[in-house]
Design a protein around this ligand. Sequence first.
Ligand SMILES: NC(=O)c1ccc[n+]([C@@H]2O[C@H](COP(=O)([O-])OP(=O)(O)OC[C@H]3O[C@@H](n4cnc5c(N)ncnc54)[C@H](OP(=O)(O)O)[C@@H]3O)[C@@H](O)[C@H]2O)c1
Length: 261
Amino acid sequence: MERVYAANPHDSKKTTKEKRKTMTTTLITGADRGMGFELAKELGENGQHVLVGARNQERGMAAVDALREQKINADLILIDVTDDASIVAAQQTIASKFGSLDILINNAGLTLDNWEKPSTLALDKIRGDFDVNFFGLVSVTQHMLPLLRQSTSAKILNISSAVGSLTIASDPTSSVYQHPSFGYQASKAAVNMFTIDLANELKDTRITVNAVNPGWVATDSAVGGGPKTIEEGVARTVELALQPDNTVNGTFSDVDGIVPW
Ligand SMILES: NC(=O)c1ccc[n+]([C@@H]2O[C@H](COP(=O)([O-])OP(=O)(O)OC[C@H]3O[C@@H](n4cnc5c(N)ncnc54)[C@H](OP(=O)(O)O)[C@@H]3O)[C@@H](O)[C@H]2O)c1
């Protein structure tokens, strides 16, 4: 995708804020590494202005510098999704510097429980999974919605997981059934429910809401490594983020198609 403002002869008279408004502005949480960083790179390469969400200034700035070296239009947004004050500050920074938001990719996530028994899994691990993966995602979305409403065509992409699918988790032939991570799974199932309900609420607006399953991807957080590359893991999210017509709403999908809820 070209940077639209570059072709406009009146551009030199526009402010940086006005110029950026003609580009797609995309906030990605947890973008300092893993799939979040790859999303920033690929969407940046496709002409989007990427806001690199990171909770750590140093790691976030290192990611922004690496993107800028590749001529990507990137800015750091400090955001810890478990800290409402940080989310409010991020929202205010985006509002004052860029005016609106076109795409929110709720990517930040972690897994605190690995294949432990649901009968004995410590509550603090379950709460920890929910704090980042669910409550953090909901809070960021709620705070960013006023900025997304300013866009002529906005998207919310929730990075979920097939392990959050009730259908897959209850299928005795699935690997998820064999290796449950109850806290993480429940947090992603809750993300799916938020996706369904928010997509329904916003169906008559210019904002679409979808959940994506990256698959089992070789990142720091993947238990046991994961057979997919990071590039493969972000493929469906990139596809949705670049889709020009923005008609897909209320789905859970991966590169192979629809994933059952
Ligand atoms: N890898 C897989 O196989 C797989 C499969 C299905 C779904 N997913 C989902 O895909 C998403 C990305 O995962 P990944 O594998 O790329 O993970 P990753 O490499 O471990 O990266 C996780 C990112 O989330 C950030 N993060 C964690 N807690 C945060 C908080 N409180 N506030 C803001 N950022 C926070 C991390 O920031 P720091 O650098 O500061 O820690 C990091 O940038 C997650 O939602 C994950 O659940 C992954």
